[in-house]
Design a protein around this ligand. Structure first.
Ligand code: KIV
Ligand code: ZN
Length: 404
């Protein structure tokens, strides 16, 4: 069966940059945009140009430097926003305007103090207006997660009639359960006239830690595009993280899906985004956290040393990390200690290993982690006590090995 391609719409530079304390200048944004293009994303949401002159300038500069990917600018369903978005995109090879309006009862009643009928009129007007400037118009139904499916279908049908090329179904508040979100996408696929002419997109927030699961259920149920960010940064608890959803698709053949992402570049861009934004990645974050490929308990270390797959389902090389790390802590066993000494050039016999292990444990109980430098000091101290203990010899490749 032929695999279906899922398009990756990256919004690190728009939804990601909306995070408190995260501010990027134009130069940093252009650098990230270029890396995103090399990574293989299909769409780069470069900003919300009406929000500030700086954001306008960033979208404009990104439009000049990005060649292959679609460059997208956000706007509300407001003429002025749409005009500014169109202007900021004038140098783009492939431009998209992303316009839309809130469709949930809560947004209609309290944010717009309006009616469902008027919201549909505004949605149609925004799409028609954006089409005057660009062919590619994406419509977002903000708070679609809490929008009644029948009304959402009506909104979608109308914007398709007036030329929307992509429809985004945001779970703006991270409200949905995966099955519920998946059913919503399926409902639209089955009930909206013209839905097969357009690309249906997921845009999930992580308020309950379900953003990635919801996006996954979205594509399983027929969505063709995922909106996501590097390291999952974004409003409040963040957005679907690109690295998670892309690796889920890559690792699971049974999904019969693929993306154009060069996953070997994931670690590199994760560092760049974290350093430029000042948003640290939590240590246990899937795929890109510092602990994602680190092993510290003795049982796991012993397994990984014997065969990596015993405790890793993802090959770190697939995401651009050279190898998994064995961290020496008080939970480590002899196997890990011997392994690390071997890497340093010392082969330990059983007696030496037992002796060094007991010294190592005393140190490790007082510290978080034992470094190579400390391992060498332990050895040196032992050597000083017994000068004949370290024997120098060579291994098969002629490299000098110290046998203790
Ligand atoms: O979360 C959301 O609803 C959004 C839209 C503006 C696309 O970010
Ligand atoms: Zn969002």
């Amino acid at each position: 069966m032929v695999k279906k391609r899922i398009k990756i719409f990256d919004t690190t530079l728009r939804d990601g940059e909306q995070v408190p304390g995260c501010k990027l200048n134009t130069k940093e944004k252009v650098k990230i945009a270029k890396k995103l293009e090399t990574l293989g994303v299909d769409v780069i949401e470069a900003g919300f140009p009406t929000s500030s002159p700086g954001d306008y300038q960033s979208v404009q500069e990104i439009s000049k430097s990005v060649k292959k990917a679609i460059v997208c600018a956000l706007s509300r369903a407001v003429e002025k926003d749409i005009e500014i978005a169109a202007n900021s995109l004038k140098y783009a090879n492939r431009a998209r305007i992303h316009t839309g309006i809130g469709t949930s009862d809560c947004h209609i009643r309290y944010k717009f103090k309006s009616t469902p009928e008027k919201i549909i009129e505004k949605a149609i007007y925004a799409v028609k207006y954006a089409k005057k400037f660009v062919e590619d118009v994406e419509f977002y139904a903000e708070d679609a997660g809490r929008t009644e499916n029948e009304f959402l279908a009506k909104v979608c049908e109308n914007v398709i009639k007036y030329g929307a090329t992509v429809i985004n179904i945001p779970d703006t508040t991270g409200y949905c359960l995966p099955e519920e979100y998946g059913n919503k996408i399926r409902f639209l696929k089955e009930n909206v006239k013209g839905i097969h002419k357009i690309v249906l997109s997921t845009h999930c927030h992580n308020d309950l830690g379900l953003a990635t699961a919801n996006s996954l259920y979205g594509i399983i149920n027929g969505a063709e595009q995922i909106e996501c960010t590097i390291n999952g940064i974004g409003e409040r608890a963040g957005n679907t993280s690109l690295e998670e959803i892309v690796m889920i698709i890559k690792q699971n053949n049974s999904l019969n899906l693929f993306t154009n992402i060069n996953t070997k570049l994931i670690s590199d861009i994760s560092h760049l985004v974290s350093e430029s934004t000042g948003m640290k990645v939590q240590a246990n974050k899937a795929i890109v956290g510092i602990n994602a490929f680190s092993h510290s308990s003795g049982i796991h270390q012993d397994g990984v040393i014997k065969k990596r797959e015993t405790y890793e389902s993802i090959n770190p090389k697939d995401v651009g990390i050279d190898q998994s790390s064995i961290i020496l802590t008080a939970r480590s066993g002899r196997a890990a200690l011997a392994y690390r000494y071997k890497k340093l050039g010392y082969l330990l016999n059983k007696n030496s290993l037992d002796l060094i292990y007991s010294i190592f444990l005393k140190h490790a109980d007082k510290k978080k982690e034992i470094t190579n430098k400390e391992l060498k000091i332990i050895l040196q101290k032992l050597n000083n006590k017994d000068k004949n203990k370290v024997l120098h010899t060579t291994n098969n490749s002629g490299r000098r090995i110290n046998v203790v």
